[in-house]
Design a protein around this ligand. Structure first.
Ligand code: NAP
Length: 276
């Protein structure tokens, strides 16, 4: 179900009513991180989780953001995420960054130790190169490696909005289908670029042309350019999930409306083929 491919992003501290609305509309996954708003976003999710059936929501919890990006700190970061979120065991713990100077085995050992201890059910990585992800997959197999999260949207990333953030291409996304994991596209709306915001990380002639095309198609389909851009991400294979951040009930409803919007292969190809 396409609605379940939306992931509620918590870079901004989430409002409990918005999270309720998200689940009522069919959303089933929340993206959190130890560093978001210095832990306040995770605490808000913990308050929301209290008294509800946590089993109907998957939490993707990130830790080990620099300067705490070391295998020796995985245990502490897992414990911090569990404490902030008020859960005994994390559904999926993701490394927020890589340290490419280290062999992937160092990370693999630290993550598998947490699985063995029962503090995490599964793990993943974010802002890793696809090459390093594949090396990790070879090391640990598919059993516990459940998620990968880099940037992907209709707009190509031209400058990382945060240091060492990485994007992935549409062909990399497709190829990752063979790894049997969920791939979460973060900032899937290019942080408001399609709503007309000229955010430096995505502002380029090619992306402006893509935004024009999204506007044209939105006019034809009687929807918004943002909805078209999100539908483009959801037009990728089913293992691709879209992390969306919003503080607005209307924008959240727009995201679910976009999940119903199925673009044709021709429309998808036309959006992505904008010349610079
Ligand atoms: N793994 C990582 O390193 C990483 C990096 C970045 C983000 N993330 C995750 O991905 C999530 C989403 O990314 P993001 O929050 O950076 O960016 P995003 O989802 O691409 O865009 C969010 C922005 O778009 C606006 N917006 C949303 N829906 C809209 C609509 N229908 N019309 C107009 N504007 C709309 C929001 O404003 P309103 O509040 O007004 O709706 C907000 O300013 C984050 O919350 C976080 O969980 C992960």
């Amino acid at each position: 179900m396409r609605r379940q491919r939306l992931v509620f992003g918590t870079y901004d501290v989430p409002d409990a009513r918005l999270l309720d609305r998200f689940v009522a509309a069919g959303g089933r996954a929340v993206d959190v991180a130890n560093v978001y708003r210095d832990g306040e976003s995770s605490r808000a999710v913990a308050r929301w989780l209290r008294g509800r059936d946590a089993a109907d929501v998957t939490l993707y919890a990130k830790g080990c953001h620099p300067p705490r990006c070391a295998p020796a700190q995985v245990g502490e970061e897992v414990d911090r995420a569990r404490a902030l979120l008020g859960v005994e065991r994390l559904d999926v713990f993701l490394l927020h960054r890589d340290d490419p100077a280290l062999p992937v085995t160092a990370w693999a050992d630290a993550l598998l130790e947490q699985v063995a201890a029962g503090t995490i059910a599964a793990f993943g990585v974010s802002n890793w190169t696809v090459e390093r992800l594949r090396a990790l997959h070879r090391e640990v197999g598919g059993a516990a490696l459940h998620a990968f999260s880099n940037h992907f949207s209709l707009a190509e990333l031209v400058a990382p909005p945060w240091p060492d953030c990485l994007a992935m291409t549409a062909s990399e996304l497709r190829d990752m289908g063979t790894l049997g994991m969920s791939v979460i596209a973060w900032s899937s709306l290019a942080t408001g670029f399609f709503a007309g915001r000229d955010v430096p990380g995505w502002d380029s002639p090619r992306n402006r042309e893509r935004r024009e095309r999204a506007r044209d198609l939105a006019g034809e389909l009687d929807t918004t350019p943002t909805a078209v851009a999100l539908a483009y991400v959801l037009a990728q294979p089913a293992h691709v999930l879209a992390a969306v951040g919003t503080t607005s009930a209307t924008h959240l409803d727009d995201a679910f409306a976009a999940a119903e919007l199925e673009l044709s292969p021709t429309q998808t190809a036309w959006l992505a083929s904008a010349p610079s």
